[in-house]
Ligand binder design. Sequence first.
Ligand code: PLP
Length: 372
Amino acid sequence: MFPTPCYILNEKDFRKNLTLIRSVAEQADVQIILAFKAFALWSVFPIVKEYITHSTASSLYEAKLAVEQMGNKAHTYAPAYSDKEFDQIASLSSHITFNSLNQFQRFYPKAKKYNISCGLRINPQYSEVTTDLYNPCAVGSRLGVTAQQLSTQLPEGIEGLHFHTLCESKSYDLEKTLTVVEEKMGHLFSQIKWLNMGGGHLLTHKEYDIEHLITVLKRFKAKYPYLHIILEPGSAFAWQAGCLHSTVLDIVDNDGIKTAMLDVSFACHMPDCLEMPYKPTIRGAYEPTKGKPTYRMGGNSCLSGDFYGDWSFDKPLKVGDTIIFEDMLHYTTVKTTMFNGVTHPSIVLLTKNNKLKLLKEFCYEDYKSRMS
Ligand SMILES: Cc1ncc(COP(=O)(O)O)c(C=O)c1O
């Protein structure tokens, strides 16, 4: 057992996801690339590269990581590019998608010099996502160009279209989205070479209908054989492939509510639990049950709302017990903060040979170096 706090990536589960993703790409004859925004543990990119070769970047740093650690130029999309960074981004990208016609017009001359395949993000104003925080098609969304803003002819230099409208979605959501995209923008397809269907395809979820996804993609490809199809999921790569281990440091009982005080923080180390919000699964715990020892989990930052509850356990918790939060890799590991200077969880790999390998340990200098 590694000292907590630590994130543990399970290589066997990770490879299972990668195997499935590669097999979908092969069967449907599409390109699937990794969205770094969801998963960027570059120490394991050598494993990723056994299955897929490319990645999508949403910033200069992610584009740098693509070239440096994946060994390939990025498919880049950012909501807005700056004059200061564009040249560097262009030198690190094979494809660049622009969020608006203004941005495309501004940077196309430079992109042309770097031989970039340029694309435009479209907003079909249709999404099955119900949480507004994750809905790129909410009314007034800043993301992508709507059909009304496009004429029948795309500007010269646009070779691709990109839409991202899904979030932890099913193949049936993609199917419905494609119908709308075709209805609204299908007349533009003959003018482009590639179509990027974004992320949000949770194809490694146990209930995801893989055969249906392949059918939908094949049908689409048969209709538009000249289009290179790209999917750029993130979560699906690390879905259920790792967890966050923590230790109970204290148990506080106030107003009849028992809180297990942990050496991890929801605010710093599991931010989506508070943002989305969603209740994570704790190994061996279950929904509050009468007669069972029941606790809130308390984070170790000073934010009053840094807690989540409740869970019941078979036995009362005690100081020193391990609490394991399941499925805590995708987005979590890239979104962490060092708020309060709380000790940052190490990153550990549980190898396919069942050995624990430390990938990264954080220290005071990591905290200090982010400020001056
Ligand atoms: C443009 C774009 N592509 C890909 C993704 C990855 O999505 P997911 O991790 O849900 O598969 C996102 C997520 O926000 C995104 O905004």
